[in-house]
Design a protein around this ligand. Structure first.
Ligand code: ACO
Length: 356
């Protein structure tokens, strides 16, 4: 239990960010404010695997104050309490779970993990030991319905954070993979980038799956996806493995999702410039239907593109939104800001609402 009567603090970097965005005229905040108001209608339990971190605790206070979600904090209780006190936070009454001390849960969760992975080279003892890892523990809480969504990744690299969730929760039935999407909220409107976080070098068939996942991810934000499959080649203009792969992906995706607007393969400037398309590629199905969903040929291009745009472009990056997991899990970018964490929590809550 936490001490009461702690003075509430203003979370200043949030306010500063809001102000900065307002000043950057044109960046429309409605997209996220819609998600946040949807989250508030039915707040869900969100487990934070890295609650021994001051940014996570500040975000947890904010989402609790704003009634966006009910935080569950995983970590060493003394350390968390010390951080709360030191930073004058108010998280009175929030659930804190120290995985190392939750001996019954470790046994229970370990047995479930063992059931799932006994043919993947795991022993019962090892399964119990793995559960002390908060990424495994948090994923298992979500898997067993003891929490509604998992947020992690602030302090550990992405592969280490996502693997426990892949092992414990896994992908949605009927699909083979997960992928990561970023919303680049720019002064020209929102653009959706994928895959920016998971699949290193997807095949054409895997790209098709990523296109399907991403299109659903865009619809989640009540926006119609208009997909461009990006390449260094325009409709067969260049040779090479990536050109062939992206051309094939575009062709297969058009067949598989006839209801979607999909075009490619094409260079990024062509995808975003209708004049070039009208003049050179009048057959493009994106003419009159501005592309808003950009599919990258591999992880290098997707990851580099979004990071460049968020550092030097006039854009706010929202994400990464993890697509295709069987339960809501979202892995933060290393070093995310409090605002980015709050945004991801709101997305996770709405994600969990649509699950239930
Ligand atoms: N979708 C769904 N399941 C997957 C995927 C995927 N894309 N990749 C692997 N899996 C599954 C495997 O099938 C496997 O299942 P199984 O154990 O039940 O058979 C399980 O996950 C674990 O597989 P491993 O072989 O142990 O893991 P792998 O070596 O394939 O690693 C990982 C998966 C960690 C996602 C890897 O692809 C990776 O490192 N990706 C890049 C992540 C990254 O570094 N991103 C850049 C930074 S992110 C950022 O900037 C915010």
């Amino acid at each position: 239990a936490m001490e009461s009567g702690v003075a509430k603090i203003m979370i200043t970097d949030w306010d500063a960010y809001e102000l900065e965005l307002q000043e950057r005229i044109g960046i429309d905040q409605r997209l996220m404010s819609r998600v946040i108001s949807r989250a508030k209608k039915d707040p869900k339990r969100v487990v934070f695997a890295e609650a021994d971190n001051v940014k996570i605790l500040k975000a947890a206070q904010m989402i609790r104050d704003e009634k966006i979600a009910i935080p569950i904090l995983l970590g060493n209780e003394e350390k968390i309490m010390a951080l709360i006190e030191e930073n004058k936070l108010d998280l009175n009454g929030a659930t804190i779970i120290d995985t190392y001390k939750s001996l019954d849960k470790l046994q229970e969760y370990g047995a479930v993990l063992y059931q799932k992975r006994q043919r993947k080279g795991i022993t019962p003892k090892e399964a119990v030991r793995l559960m002390r890892d908060r990424n495994y523990f948090g994923a298992m809480m979500v898997e067993l319905g003891e929490a509604d969504a998992l947020i992690s990744g602030l302090t550990k690299d992405y592969p280490k954070t996502i693997l426990p969730s892949l092992h414990v929760i896994g992908v949605k039935p009927g699909i083979d993979r997960v992928a990561g999407m970023y919303i680049m909220n720019t002064d020209k409107g929102p653009y959706f980038f994928a895959d920016t976080t998971v699949n290193l070098n997807p095949s054409a068939e895997e790209l098709v799956e990523i296109i399907g996942l991403t299109a659903n991810g865009v619809k989640f934000f009540d926006i119609e996806p208009r997909v461009a499959v990006l390449s260094y080649s325009n409709f067969g203009s260049a040779k090479g493995e990536t050109a062939t792969k992206t051309a094939k992906a575009a062709m297969l995706a058009k067949k598989k999702y006839p209801e979607l607007i999909i075009e490619g393969e094409m260079q990024a400037n062509v995808a975003l410039n209708e004049e070039i398309q009208k003049e050179n590629y009048p057959f493009s199905s994106l003419i009159g239907k501005k592309a808003n969903t950009l599919i990258f040929p591999d992880l290098s291009s997707g990851n580099i593109a979004y990071k460049l745009l968020s550092e030097i472009g006039n854009a706010e990056a929202i994400g990464p939104v993890l697509l295709g997991m069987n339960k809501p899990v979202h892995i933060l970018q290393l070093g995310s800001s409090i605002r980015e964490i709050v945004n991801m929590v709101a997305i996770a809550v709405v994600d969990a609402q649509t699950e239930s």
